[in-house]
Design a protein around this ligand. Sequence first.
Ligand code: ADP
Ligand code: ZN
Ligand code: ZN
Length: 679
Amino acid sequence: MEPIYLTIALDTPLDRLFDYRWLPADGCPVPEIGQIALVPFGRQEIAGLIVGLSHQTEIPADKIKTVLAVRHQCPALSPQWIDLCRFAADYYQRPLGEVAIPALPKNLRVPKATSLDRNLKKLAKLQLAHEHDATPNQEPTLNAEQQAAVETIASTTGFASYLLYGVTGSGKTEVYLQTAARVLATNSQAQILILVPEINLTPQLEGNIRQRFSGIQIATLHSGMAEGERLLHWLAAHTGQARIILGTRLAILSSLPHLKMIVIDEEHDPSYKQQEGLRYSARDLAVWRAHQLGIPVVLGSATPSLETWQHAKAGRYRKLELRQRAVQSAVLPVVKIVNTEREKPSEGLTQRLVTAIRLRLEKGEQSLLFLNRRGYAPVIHCDACGWISNCTRCTAHLVMHKLDKKLRCHHCSFEQRIPRACPTCGNVDLQPLGRGTQRLEEGLKVLFPDARVFRIDADSTRLKGSAEAAFDTVHRGEVDILIGTQMVAKGHDFKNLTLVAALNPDSALFSQDFRASERLFAQLMQVAGRAGRAGQREGGNPSEVLIQTRYPDHPLYHALMAHEYPRFADDLLEERQQAAMPPFIYQALLRAEARELETAIAFLQTASQCEPVHAHAGITMNDPIPMTMVRVHNVERAQLLVESNSRPALQAFLKNWIAELRSMKVRVKWGVEIDPVDI
Ligand code: ADP
Ligand code: ZN
Ligand code: ZN
C-alpha cells in the first residue's frame, strides 16, 4: 500500500499547512478531508483539520511526523464549510487553522475526547426534551406588508440579500418566523440560522421560537454556554438534526450541512463584529455564506447600518419595508426634546421629566430611564487642587462605585478603596463629578420614596442568570422606574412601559469615532422602541420618549422626533461619500502595542514603508498615530490606517504587506484588522 499523507490546518500563527503521515491501524478507515486529527506539534498534541490527502509530501521521510489519532466519532466537515473558513482566512488575512480550529467546540479539540461518545448519545435526548416544553402558539395573521415580505423571501431561488426594514414592533420577527416555517415545510432537511446580538438579553425570541416550532429540534450557540452543552448543540447543527439554529455572532462559523436561509436580527448591532482574535464581521460572513450556498439572507433592522443601507440604495440588497407597528393599537411613541440649557436638570432630571415620571406612577405604568454609564460617578475630583481620579495604567478615569466603596477602572479592572482625602493635598471634601446609574438610582429613591426603583446594568447583573431574573422582575410589574444602560435597549417587550427617557445622550454627538452618531441614533431608536409596544390602555398615558439634550437643534434629534431614519441615513451617507469614508472606501488598520509609545510608533513607521505603496494602485497609507485611548493596562497603543477605494486592491496589497510584516523581527505585538469599526 502506498503511504498516505494528510495536509492539516493547525491553529498557529504560522501561515502554512502541515503534512503528517498516516499509518493504518487495524479496523481504522482511511481518513477523509474535513475530519479532525490529533497530531504532535512541538512538544504538544493538538487537533487540526484535515484539508488534503496525498501519496506524496515534500517533507523528508526522516522529518515527517505521524498522526496520533483521527476523530472518527465526528462526521467530516463539508467542503463548503472548509471553503467558508478559507474565505474568512483570506479576507481577514489569517492562516486557515486560526479560523477553522477555534470555530470548533473545545471538546473536539482537546486530546482526550472521551466525552464525545457520551454526547452523541445525548443528542437523541435533546430532541425529545424539546418536543415536550412547548404548547404550540397561534400564528397571527400577517398584514399585507408582512405577507409580501414572507412571500418574496420564501419564494427566493438562489442567492438574495434582503433588508427587512421596519421600526421596533413592526412585525419583523413575525416575518422571520413565518418565512422560516415555509422554508422548513418545503424541505424536510432544511436548516435555518437565526443570528441575534445577544441571546441572554433576548430570551423572549428564544421562547417564541421554541413555542412556534415545537417538535423541531432547535440548537442555540453562544459564548455563555458550558463546553459540554456547546458541543451538544454544535453537533446537533453539524449532523443536521437541529433545524433551527439560534446564535450569536460565533454561530456564523458553525457547520450547517443543510442551511437554506440566514436571518440576522438587528443587523446594525455592533456585537456582530468580533473585537479580538479573528476580528470578523458575522454579518458580512453571513452574506458571503448565503452567496456561496445560493440561499436568501435576511437583514432586519429599524436602523440599518450605513453599509447595508448603501447596499440597498445601490440595489444590491432588496429592501422590504414594514411601515406600521404590527399590533393595531400600538402607535409610534411621540419623541420630545427637553432643552437642558433652558431647563437645568437636578439630580440628572429636568422638571419636565420628573412630571412625566409622576404621571406614570399615578397610573401604575412603568418608566425607563436610559443612562449609558454604569457606576456612581465617572470620576471623583478635588476642588482644592484639581486632582481627579485617573487610572495609573490606562488613559481613563477611575469610576466611583459607591455601593462597594471602590474606585474602579472599567478598562483594566484596577480597583482601590475610595480615598478619604485627596492624595495630593489632603482635602477631605472629594466630589463625584457627573452621574452614573448608581447615582441616578440614589437620587430617584429620594425623589420618589414610594416608587419601586430598579437598576439593570453590568454591575447589578454580574452573576450568571441574574440578568434574566432582573428582566423578569420588570415583566412581573414589580418595578415602577427602571434605570438601565444599553442592556435594557435590546429585545425586551415591556408591556406596561409608557415613558422612555434618555438622560444624557449628547456625548456621542462629538465623539472622534465617525460612527458614533450612527450608533447613537440606533441606540435611541431601539430604547425608544421599548415604549408603546402594547398600545395605549384605556385611560392610560400615551407612550412618550423624552430626550434631554443641550443641543435641541441637532439634526440627529430632529430625525429621531420625525421617525425619519431614511433622511438621517441619506445625509450621513452623503457626508461619508464627500469625506471619502466607509462604506465608500475600504479600510484596514494595523495596530501595535508596546511598553513605550515610541516603540509602537517606530514599528508602524517602518511598517508603512516596508511594502512600497506606490507599487499598488489606489492605496493610501496614513501616518501612524497613537490610539485615542493610548494606554490600557500599562500597554501603549498606536495605529496605522490603510485605505483604498477598491476592495480587491486593498486585499492584494494587504497580502504582500502582511507577509512582509510577518518576516520582520520585532518586539511589538501587532495585528491587522480588516473593516475596523472603532478607529
Ligand atoms: P419586531 O421584530 O419588528 O420588533 P415583532 O415581530 O416582535 O416586531 O412584532 C411585535 C408584536 O406584534 C409582537 O407581539 C408580535 O407577536 C405582534 N405581531 C406581529 N405581527 C402581527 C400581526 N400581523 N398581527 C398581530 N400581531 C402581530
Ligand atoms: Zn487636592
Ligand atoms: Zn485602568
